[in-house]
Design a protein around this ligand. Sequence first.
Ligand code: G1P
Ligand code: ZN
Length: 543
Amino acid sequence: MQILTIPTTPISGQKPGTSGLRKKTSVFQSRHYLENFAQSIIDATGGAERRTFVVGGDGRYFNDRAAQVILRMLAANGARRAIVGQGAVLSTPAASHLIRLNGTDGGFILSASHNPGGKDADFGLKFNMPNGGPAPEAVTEAIYARTQTITDYRVLEATDVDLAKIGEQELGKMQVSVVDPVADYAALMESLFDFPKMRTLFSKGFRMRFDAMCAVTGPYAVEILERRLGAAPGTVTHATPLPDFGGMHPDPNPTWAHELMAEMMDPGAPDFGAASDGDGDRNMVVGQGIYVSPSDSLAVLAANVHLAPAYRGGLKGIARSMPTSGAADRVAEALGVQAHETPTGWKFFGNLLDDGRATICGEESFGTGSDHVREKDGLWAVLLWLNILAERSETVQEIMKGHWSHFGRNYYSRHDYEALPTEVAATIMDGLRARLGDLPGTAVAGLTVEGADDFAYLDPVDGSRSTAQGLRLRFTDGSRCVLRASGTGTEGATLRLYLERFVPGPGGLDQEVQQALAPVIEAAEALTALKKLSGRNGPDVVT
Ligand code: G1P
Ligand code: ZN
């Protein structure tokens, strides 16, 4: 087998976003595209010589082909070993776990997460560090810089590795270990939660629905929920991962997981519902007749996490992304632990977790996780909820109401304006940014602006600074809105408007969310002119 050095030239636009590089599948399939980016990752992270990497993805269209290319490139770059999920499949949290469990030098994760998959949809690639977490900004910047100067890449001339077969193989001088994608992850979950107690819950007739959305979590959920915990067969729906996710948009939110929502809002609904996304790191949680917003879910999980065996000792701290509601901060205060506010994207939690400053983290975008891996973890959140339900013997509804009456309620919603022309989005963002200094004191829709800024973050562990992370408007009554541009889209620009209002209770805890937020929504439009300038009647997706 021969190592080929293929001359290439830089390809523009290979800049990793919030979570790796995401592009249309056809772009990734175009000549040298994947190879240039993979070689840039290798070069920018110190080379692959004698190193061990994890390789796997969410199984979407092109996943298997891309994995074979990366394996041949790792072999050509001198890697010692690659650990690959069978069929090149690994959920993102399972990949993070394998990276850590095997003490590897990092991993190549093939996924565009919750973006649709298929020939005409999206593909993605990201690199995770030896701690199991997404590469931090300094590294993604170095990778991007390398894509702009690359002159050649190395690839082994070889036939495909048989990724269907579990066991050891060789690719040139590199050892390829094909592993069961589920086994180690399921064992990790079993070590964190009270499986016997959860089994008892199911044996007493507790009913659950888990919508895997034809994405990667299916086999993980069937193994853990149905086989190990004894949930009724068929609890997991859309359980078979498909390259195009069966045409579903594998994003677990009320809009895209509408089948699950309809079932859970029905009078005969199961006790508990949940869904996960394309690569298994997101989760949505729904009770009988009640949707749990991700920001609330983080707060409830933090307040109850001590009920799960692995967390009995309590929390070191709670971290949330800036646009996530402040509900978790109230729990942190009550527990007397640190509360951290980071920019959007899981990569910012890595240092806090590694440094023992946080145990549990979350984002409003359906992401929750803990220090058990360095990614958000959809099934983990679902299992923690189940563990809490088993311990508290209350319904989701009772738990939510109890939480709000104790801590008050942070009404919260995100309005997405998708695929706007890039110039329009820039005009809206730049226009608001330019006026931030003038806004304090402005009265609008019955609210008064107290403060306005462009969020910047100073990482307390490594001292790195990240700027331009979202425009924040804070009102005197504690409400706020945030406007930020998405860093994961592949078409035009998506703007996200995050809205929040706190009601301390005891009254007013049962309002309809959009209604409770009406003044903030009105003030946000008056200050950002989002609808007016975008020419849209309203958001495309409301979560
Ligand atoms: C979105 C979410 C963000 C999440 C990321 C990856 O990024 O908003 O919280 O970390 O997907 O799942 P965005 O498109 O907003 O940049
Ligand atoms: Zn995801």
